[in-house]
Design a protein around this ligand. Structure first.
Ligand SMILES: Cc1cc2nc3c(=O)[nH]c(=O)nc-3n(C[C@H](O)[C@H](O)[C@H](O)COP(=O)(O)OP(=O)(O)OC[C@H]3O[C@@H](n4cnc5c(N)ncnc54)[C@H](O)[C@@H]3O)c2cc1C
Length: 289
């Protein structure tokens, strides 16, 4: 069967983002195997169509007009345990991985439980919580670069920092990742405590993309700065600053991407005026073209 038959047109991106915002994708393709991702990237390259690689859409703000290119949805979700190492497809549920590894008595990914992204998204964003980051237990990444070449990157070849990975400067697709964990009594208990704390302090039942802004420094939290300005509950159209956690914007009432962008600007201006700090966004804004 030709690959062209597997592309959909007009898939609504709002259905693929935890924000529930976004218009149609010009082309949409679901890659369940590495070979599918390769074929789709090659197809787009030959036709000079821009590509957006999507994981679980929990850190992406799509445009109301959608995306004028190919949304390559990474659903490669194998998971292979071998002693203290786990090799997982980039589309695997990162939160579930945190639960499963802790249940097996392994430590290193407890912080992942409750982060509603994919493994690929977590590596791309260097997602983190509870003073831990994805790059710490990571040992290697299987990557498909723009030209269609598969490459294995070992951690020593990669430089990560706070919510930043070298993949943010590349245009390919993370296919799989390997994590090295440590057997530890109490891993499951810490993982359960992490989830419990998250549920109490973050608006999990609302539509959001987690923290909208990066913390300005290790000592200063964006949420505290926003709260200090009295912005909890502030709205722009259907977008609202969460009353539970000031660094979350929620889609309270059919918010559009412009509502969210207007609220982001309002927060940035207010915080800059009152504390002199410029807040940078953590959410990935996906422009129409
Ligand atoms: C309720 C809630 C709580 C959250 N808590 C946290 C938290 O504690 N810590 C934290 O760090 N984040 C948190 N987040 C944000 C989000 O879950 C993470 O950033 C997560 O890692 C994003 O993964 P994703 O697969 O959903 O990424 P997506 O939104 O699908 O994509 C995000 C970016 O990654 C790129 N990408 C995704 N997959 C691939 C791939 N296979 N290859 C190449 N590029 C790829 C995309 O192109 C995009 O630029 C939270 C979000 C929500 C909704």
């Amino acid at each position: 069967m030709s690959i062209d038959e597997h592309f959909l047109s007009g898939k609504l991106l709002s259905s693929l983002s935890t924000f529930a915002i976004g218009g149609p994708a010009r082309y949409y393709f679901e890659a369940r195997q590495i070979s599918h991702a390769k074929e789709a990237l090659e197809w787009a390259r030959q036709k000079s169509i821009p590509v957006f690689v999507l994981g679980r859409g929990s850190n992406s703000l799509f445009d109301d007009r959608g995306f004028d290119g190919l949304v390559l949805h990474n659903r490669i979700d194998f998971c292979e345990f071998s002693e203290s190492s786990v090799y997982v497809g980039a589309g695997y549920n990162f939160s579930l991985l945190g639960v499963q590894t802790a249940r097996r008595g392994f430590s290193g990914l407890e912080f992942a439980s409750g982060i509603p992204g994919s493994v690929g998204g977590a590596v791309f964003m260097n997602a983190g919580a509870n003073l831990r980051e994805t790059c710490e237990p990571l040992s290697e990444v299987l990557y498909l670069d723009e030209s269609g070449e598969e490459r294995v990157f070992e951690k020593k070849d990669l430089v990560f920092s706070y919510r930043t990975s070298p993949f943010q400067k590349r245009r390919g697709c993370i296919l799989a990742a390997r994590f090295e964990l440590e057997e530890k009594e109490g891993a499951r208990k810490s993982q359960l405590e992490i989830v419990d704390y998250r549920m109490k302090t973050q608006p999990y039942k609302e539509k959001s993309v987690g923290c909208i802004f990066r913390n300005p420094s290790a000592k200063s939290s964006a949420g505290a700065l926003i709260e200090k300005c009295g912005l909890k509950g502030a709205t722009c159209g259907g977008a609202q600053v969460s009353t539970l956690h000031a660094n979350f914007i929620i889609n309270a009432e059919q918010a559009s991407s412009s509502d969210v962008l207007a609220l982001i600007e309002k927060i940035q201006e207010t915080v800059a005026k009152e504390s002199g700090v410029h807040l940078e966004t953590e959410v990935r804004k996906v422009d129409f073209s």
